[in-house]
Design a binder for this molecule. Structure first.
Ligand SMILES: NC(=O)c1ccc[n+]([C@@H]2O[C@H](COP(=O)([O-])OP(=O)(O)OC[C@H]3O[C@@H](n4cnc5c(N)ncnc54)[C@H](O)[C@@H]3O)[C@@H](O)[C@H]2O)c1
Length: 270
C-alpha cells in the first residue's frame, strides 16, 4: 500500500546489491511512496550485483562510489543534487563488510589491517557520508539520514566478530553527528537496529542459520524482514517523524527486550 509519504522528496540510497538487500527493498518502497533517488554502491558491487535492474524499475540513475573515498563521496553528492534537481531530503547508509569475517579470522585472532579496512567500510564511512553532505550543505531542512546496525553493538554475539565494534562506532557517530546536523541544519540522524536478515552480508556471519532461528523464537513478533525494515525506514524519511533524532531504534520484533521466550524454555526442558 502506498501513502504518498515521500512525494517530492529526493535522496541517495547506498548498498543495494541484489533483491535480498535491505537497501533494495527500501528503494522499492521509497519509489512507491513517490520519492526520487540516486542509487550508489562500491564500483566492485556494480559488477557482482544486479543494481541495473533496480535502477530501471525505479527510474533511478546509478553513481558508483566507494563509501570510504572522500573524493567519490563528494562527486556522488554533487552529481546526485544535479540529477535530482535540488538538495536532498533522505539518505540511507546500508553498508557493512568485515574482512576478518570474510577471511575466517576469529575475534581473538584479528588481522589489524583487516580490522581497519572493515571499520572504514562499515563505520567511518557513515561519518564520511555525513561530513560530505554537511560541508556541501546538500541536505534540506528536516531531512533524514538513516544507517543500519545490529544489536551486537550492545550485547555480545561471538560470531559477529569485529562487526560488533564497528556497529558500536556507527551508532556513536549517529549521536555525535546528529547533534551538529540537528543544531545547525535541522537534519535528523538515526540508526535502525534490525533483526538478523538473510542477505549477502547477513549470511556471511558464521552460524547464521542457527542465529536467525534463535532470534525468531526469542522475538514475540518474530524477526523483522528486509521488507519490514523498508517500511520502517520510509517512516523515518517522512515528515511524520521530524523530531526523532540521535536514536538507535530497535526494529527486531521485541528481541532486544526479551529475556527468554516460552519456546526457548520448552526447547531446554525436553
Ligand atoms: N543482514 C542482517 O542480518 C543485518 C542485520 C542488522 C543490520 N544489518 C546491516 O544492514 C546493512 C545492509 O546489509 P544487508 O544485510 O542488506 O546486506 P548486503 O550485502 O545486501 O548489503 C551490504 C552492502 O554494502 C555494500 N558495500 C560494501 N563495501 C562498500 C564500500 N566500500 N562502499 C560502498 N558500499 C559498500 C555492498 O556492496 C552491499 O551492497 C549493513 O549495514 C548491515 O550490517 C544487516
Amino acid at each position: 500500500m502506498s501513502y504518498n509519504l515521500l512525494k517530492g522528496k529526493r535522496g541517495i540510497i547506498f548498498g543495494a546489491l541484489d533483491e535480498n538487500s535491505i537497501a533494495w527493498k527500501t528503494a522499492e518502497r521509497v519509489h512507491e511512496e513517490g520519492g526520487t533517488f540516486v542509487l550508489t554502491n562500491a564500483p566492485i558491487a556494480m559488477r557482482m550485483g544486479q543494481i541495473d535492474a533496480l535502477a530501471a524499475k525505479t527510474g533511478s540513475q546509478i553513481i558508483p562510489a566507494d563509501a570510504t573515498s572522500e573524493e567519490d563521496l563528494a562527486n556522488l553528492v554533487e552529481k546526485a543534487t544535479e540529477i535530482l534537481g535540488g538538495k536532498l531530503d533522505f539518505v540511507l547508509h546500508s553498508i557493512g563488510m568485515s574482512v576478518n569475517v570474510r577471511k575466517g579470522r576469529k575475534y581473538t585472532d584479528e588481522k589489524y589491517d583487516f580490522t581497519a579496512k572493515g571499520w572504514d567500510v562499515s563505520a567511518l564511512s557513515f561519518h564520511k557520508v555525513m561530513q560530505t553532505l554537511y560541508k556541501a550543505d546538500a541536505m534540506n531542512e528536516w531531512g533524514s539520514v538513516v544507517a543500519l546496525t545490529y544489536m551486537a553493538a550492545q550485547r555480545t554475539f561471538p560470531d559477529y566478530n569485529d562487526m560488533a565494534d564497528n556497529k558500536a562506532y556507527l551508532e556513536s557517530v549517529a549521536r555525535s553527528f546528529g547533534y551538529f546536523f540537528g543544531k545547525e541544519k535541522n537534519v535528523r540522524v538515526n540508526t535502525i537496529s534490525q533483526s538478523p536478515t538473510p542477505t549477502t552480508a547477513g549470511q556471511g556471519v558464521k552460524g547464521f542459520d542457527g542465529f536467525i532461528s534463535y532470534a525468531e523464537k526469542m522475538s514475540p513478533l518474530g524477526n523483522a524482514t528486509a521488507q519490514d525494515c523498508a517500511d520502517y525506514t520510509i517512516t523515518l524519511f517522512s515528515d511524520l517523524t521530524k523530531k526523532v533524532t540521535m536514536q538507535n531504534l530497535f526494529h527486531d520484533g521485541g528481541f532486544s527486550n526479551t529475556g527468554v521466550s516460552q519456546e526457548v524454555i520448552e526447547y531446554f526442558t525436553k
